[in-house]
Design a protein around this ligand. Structure first.
Ligand code: SAM
Length: 235
């Protein structure tokens, strides 16, 4: 899978691939990353990429031409490249999107800066638009990285143990049960005693019940959607 980041600030993104799981994935060739800087496509004397808002308003907007040429450059090399614009005014990016998008061959993230991107560029090129949360960041680099990371760990061979994907939060609308490692007692707090007894069927049932409780407490929206596998949980 290839990820291309269209960004004015590649240095904000590149270091993330210099360590840990995504470093290994790039070294193994499971994922490939590339950067395209809209500033390299400017046609004005001062290499400007932003301009004032038509109709008035505070701040500056990324102008269409450099972004248009940058995306055309990418599309010329790979017409099937799948273009995603991170934007706060879009639907939320979810785990199911990460899974679905992990099947693509080439994803392009186009990062906005300033007050964002001229809407016409988004209209012309976006295959999808996503927000990563109900807050405003200074640019699209972090959202692009967040989505890239979440997508990558669903690509086969990125994680050492892919079975860990099956029991994580948001599978079946459930949050993951509490987990513990050694020591059995830490600062006078014991792990859940049942976890120490080695009865795996009992541990699995307990974990499921704890998942339900956690979901009910933290995320009532997900709890309502739960398929309770035959159990009669209150709605
Ligand atoms: N004026 C825009 C608005 O009110 O919707 C905000 C622009 S924001 C300062 C600049 C860029 O950061 C956006 O174009 C987008 O690429 C990115 N961005 C900021 N917050 C985001 C979020 N919650 N999700 C996804 N992208 C975000």
């Amino acid at each position: 899978m290839k990820f291309t980041f269209v960004t004015l600030f590649p240095n904000l993104i590149e270091p993330y691939f210099k360590d840990s799981i995504l470093k290994i994935a790039t070294q193994k060739g499971v994922i490939e990353i590339d950067f395209v800087n809209p500033r390299d496509f400017t046609k004005n004397r001062h290499n400007r990429v932003d301009d004032t808002l038509i109709g008035g308003g505070a701040g500056m907007l990324m102008m269409p031409q450099p972004l248009d040429d940058a995306i055309k450059y990418i599309k010329k090399q790979d017409p099937k490249a799948y273009i995603i614009f991170p934007t706060p005014s879009a639907k939320l990016f979810k785990q199911k999107d990460a899974k679905r998008l992990s099947k693509k061959e080439h994803i392009v993230f186009v990062s906005g800066r300033y007050e964002g991107i001229d809407e016409r560029v988004i209209e012309i090129y976006a295959n999808e638009v996503f927000s990563i949360g109900d807050y405003i960041l200074t640019g699209g680099e972090l959202p692009s990285l967040v989505m890239c990371d979440a997508i990558s760990r669903n690509i086969p061979k990125v994680l050492g143990n892919s079975s860990s994907l099956e029991v994580e939060s948001y599978e079946d609308h459930l949050l993951e049960a509490p987990s513990f490692t050694k020591p059995n007692i830490f600062e006078k707090n014991s792990v859940i005693k049942e976890f120490l007894k080695g009865n795996h069927a009992k541990i699995a049932t307990l974990k499921y019940d704890l998942s339900l409780l956690k979901t009910k407490y933290h995320r009532t929206d997900l709890y309502r959607k739960l398929k309770t596998k035959g159990k009669d949980y209150e709605k």
